[in-house]
Design a protein around this ligand. Sequence first.
Ligand code: DAS
Length: 439
Amino acid sequence: MTNPKPGDFVEVATAEETIRGTLLQSPELEKDVVIIKLPSGYNLGISKNKIKKISLLPQPQSLHEKAAVVTTAKKTASKLPKISILHTGGTIASKVDYRTGGVIARFTPEEILEMFPELKELADIDSRLIRNMWSEDMRFAHYNLMAKEVAKEAAKGVDGVIITHGTDTMHYSSAALAFALERVSIPVILVGSQRSSDRGSTDAAVNLISAAYFIANSDFAGVAICMHENMSDTSSLILPATKVRKMHTSRRDAFRPVNSTAIARVDFENKNLAFLTPAYTKKDKQGKIKLKLFNDKLKVGILKTHPNMYASEFAAYAGFDGLVIEGFALGQAPINQVDEFTAEHKKNLSAIEALCKKMPVAMASQSIYGRLQMNVYSTARDLQAAGVIGNLSDMTPETTFVKLAWLLSNYKKDEVKELVTRNLRGEITERTEPNSFLV
Ligand code: DAS
C-alpha cells in the first residue's frame, strides 16, 4: 500500500474520530501536523501523535466531472436570469500553496462555480477565463480586452456580467470599464476577494453571490464593484465604478465609496437588497453598448507631490502623453521660492509649464476626499496659469488617471482639456455630500 501523498483523498483515524478529506502539504514549520482539506473547503490540522491510521481512498468525483454533470444539467431550460462570469484572476481565483504559504492563482472557472453552488440557484451561469493574472499587472490593453468580452456577452442577451478580478487595481479597472462601455445597458459588476477562495474565512462567496443576487433582483445598469460592507459576512455594497477606492491593504471591507455613497446594499444573510441612491441608470436590454477603448500605446503618468521635490521629477514625464499631478489638498504643489532653501521650486514651476505646453496636465488631490478648489491659494492659481487643469474635480487620483488616458484615446487634445472636468460617467459630482466622507 503506497503512502498517501499531498493531493490524495484520505481517511484519517484518531482515537476520537475518522476524518475524510484531501491531504495537503504540511508547511515546513509544522511537520508534526497533518493538514486535511475538508469537502467544506475548511482546512484541519491533526497532530501526528494523535493519528492511529491514514488510509488512501478513491478520489471523489472530480470538480471537473461534477462541473460536466452541472453543465449537462444546465442545458435544461432555465427561467433564471442569465449571468456571465468572466474571470481575470486575483486572490478570488487563487489557493494557498501550503508548500510556500503563498497565494497562487489556480482555480478554473468550473472549480470556482463548484465552490459556490448557491450561484446556480440564483442564475443560469456561464463562466469562462479571459486571463489568470494578478491585477497589479493590468494594462490599458486588458481594459480593452475586458470591455470587448463584456460587449460580446451583452450581445448574447445576458442579464448581467460579473468580472472576477484582483483587488489591488480593481478600482482602476472599474473606472476604465465605466468609460470604455458607453451606453452600457446591463449590470457589469467587478468582484474580488481579500482571502483566497479555498480558505474558510474567504470573502469570495459573499461577494460573488451578492453580485449575482443584485443582478438577478434589480434593474440597475452600469459598471460597479461588489465587496464586503464591513468585517462580518452579513452584507455587501454595490459601489460606484468611478468613485470607489481600495482603502485598506487587507480588510475585507477595504473598498469604500469616495465623495459618493454606495449605490446599494445587498443583505447577504436575509437575501434582500436596498438602493442607497435615488438616481441610477436602469437596465435596457434593447440598449447596445458602444465601445470607446483605450489607446494601449499611450504613456500617462501619476506623480505624487511631496516635500523636497526636484524639477527633474516633473521633467521625467517630458516624453509622455499626459500627466496627473496628485497634489496637496485643494490643488497645491511645491512651486514657490520663499527663502534660501526653496530655489528649486521656481524650477519646479518652469518644468510644469513646459509639460503643460506638450500635454494635458491634470490635478487630483492626495487628500483623496473632497474637491479641488484651485482659486483659493496663490499656489494653485499659479499652477492653473501654468496650464494645469482639473479645478473643481472631486475625482480620485486613480479615476483622474484612467479618465485622462481614456480622453486622450478618444478625443483631440483641446477637447480633452474641457472634458476632464465635465461629468461623463458619474465621476464628478455637483455637490460634495457630508455623508460621503470615510463612509
Ligand atoms: N495581487 C492581488 C491582485 O491581484 C491579489 C488580490 O488582492 O486579489 O490584485
